[in-house]
Design a protein around this ligand. Structure first.
Ligand SMILES: Cc1cc2nc3c(=O)[nH]c(=O)nc-3n(C[C@H](O)[C@H](O)[C@H](O)COP(=O)(O)OP(=O)(O)OC[C@H]3O[C@@H](n4cnc5c(N)ncnc54)[C@H](O)[C@@H]3O)c2cc1C
Ligand code: SF4
Length: 364
């Protein structure tokens, strides 16, 4: 059975990209991959020369500990989890965690900035209906358009739009009562509450598809003091020490969020929308989402030429352990205003080619 419009959960007929369907599956079909599932890696193990010899993992089903030997270890557990694995990989040669004599592993953690606003477009109420699957954030996007030298914050943000009359998904239907208070009858008064049953159906037919919203997603400035570190007091259910997070937005991100809201208001007002909710002010950092909320965490194992200030070189190879590579967002030193995944893929491709060349040259 095939459920269409499940693109966000990996398309079952592989019509869009996801790493499980478009990378792992074809690699498996070549017959050269052995896949270990339910394997929770705890640490990278190293030899007397400080080189990696494999990993230790906990099998999530039997909760036993296992080891896999490796010539090269490539970490791609996502930025924070890779930092966690590296920090948990302590040995005589790597007393502060793998490739961490700089103390930079876990540092410079940064997420995208983000905030949102929406409105009702009266012109779209009671309109004809047709299939609008695909309208919105997946396809409609404004890249950064201003010169921030003239603004009071550095870097920039892009806009993603949402709305349309797409196929209703889980959670659909709630909030019609809230929305109809913005809609007036022919006498200019709020229309009576639709409630449930026939009234609710009527509201849904009239109002569904009349909202338009936008999200700003922007570049934050990486800070040494924004970091994750091992919590010495807490382990997860596999007995692996967990991370603790220390993160504060600076005035740069707060000012950027204020600017996003001014932009949302300008666009929505220009469209003739009734803007919903209240414009957030300084008491909420202008609606700036909490760090981690946009789920674009990067930067924890940053790349650079200087081993004193970075963890990886430009090929995402650990400075202090040449047969360990990191191919997630950990290597980022900034993430522009774009969402990170395509850059993660591009960098991991480059790293893969480098590993092949290094193996051929017997450097690793
Ligand atoms: C809801 C949501 C929406 C997003 N939307 C966008 C978007 O529109 N555009 C965009 O660019 N980015 C988006 N992102 C961010 C994007 O998903 C991540 O940046 C990207 O997936 C990171 O890729 P990765 O390979 O580093 O890590 P992941 O995709 O997280 O893969 C890490 C893998 O490692 C495994 N793993 C973790 N820890 C261990 C361990 N200890 N041992 C063994 N295996 C382990 C995990 O199970 C997982 O399979 C979104 C994220 C979320 C959560
Ligand atoms: S809309 Fe396209 S990508 Fe999404 S599930 Fe259907 S076929 Fe796959």
């Amino acid at each position: 059975m095939f459920f269409c419009a499940q693109c966000n959960r990996a398309c079952q007929v592989y019509a869009d990209f996801s790493s499980s369907t478009c990378l792992v599956k074809p690699a498996m079909q070549k017959g050269k991959v052995e896949l270990y599932t339910h394997a929770m890696v705890r640490e990278v193990i190293t030899n007397d020369q400080g080189l990696a010899t494999g990993v230790v993992y906990i099998d999530k089903k039997d909760l036993n500990e296992y080891r896999i030997g490796a010539k090269v270890v490539v970490l791609a557990a996502s930025a924070c989890e890779t930092a966690r694995i590296m920090l948990n990989s302590k040995s005589k040669q790597h007393p502060d965690g793998l490739s961490n004599s700089s103390g930079v592993v876990g540092r410079y953690l940064h997420d995208s900035t983000g905030t949102d606003r929406m409105g009702i477009l009266p012109e779209l109420i009671d309109r004809p209906r047709y299939n609008e699957d695909g309208v919105g954030g997946l396809h409609v996007y404004s890249p950064w358009w201003l010169d921030n030298k003239k603004l009071d914050f550095p870097r920039g943000y892009h806009l993603e739009y949402w709305g349309g009359m797409g196929m209703p998904s889980y959670g659909f239907g709630f909030g019609m009562d809230t929305m109809r208070k913005y809609i007036t009858d022919e006498l200019g008064k709020p229309t009576a509450n639709g409630g449930y049953g026939a009234g609710l159906k009527n509201d849904v037919r009239r109002i569904y598809g009349s909202t338009v919203g936008m999200s700003g997603r922007g570049e934050s400035i990486p800070q040494y003091d924004n970091y994750c570190a091992i919590d010495p007091d807490t382990v997860d259910k596999y007995g692996i020490p967990v991370l603790k997070f220390h993160y504060k937005w600076t005035e740069h991100e707060v000012k950027q969020s204020k600017h996003m809201h001014d932009t949302f208001e300008e666009i929505l007002t220009g469209m003739g929308a009734i803007i919903l909710g209240t414009k957030p002010g300084p008491e909420t950092q202008y609606g700036l989402a909490a760090p981690g909320r946009i789920i674009h965490e990067v930067g924890t194992t940053r790349m650079g030429d200087d081993p004193k200030t970075s963890v990886l070189n430009k090929y995402a190879q650990a400075h202090e352990c040449k047969n360990v590579f990191v191919v997630d967002g950990g290597s980022f030193v900034s993430q522009a205003d774009k969402n990170p995944t395509w850059t993660i893929l591009a960098l991991s491709w480059r790293t893969s080619e480098y590993i092949i060349n290094q193996l051929k040259s017997q450097n690793i």
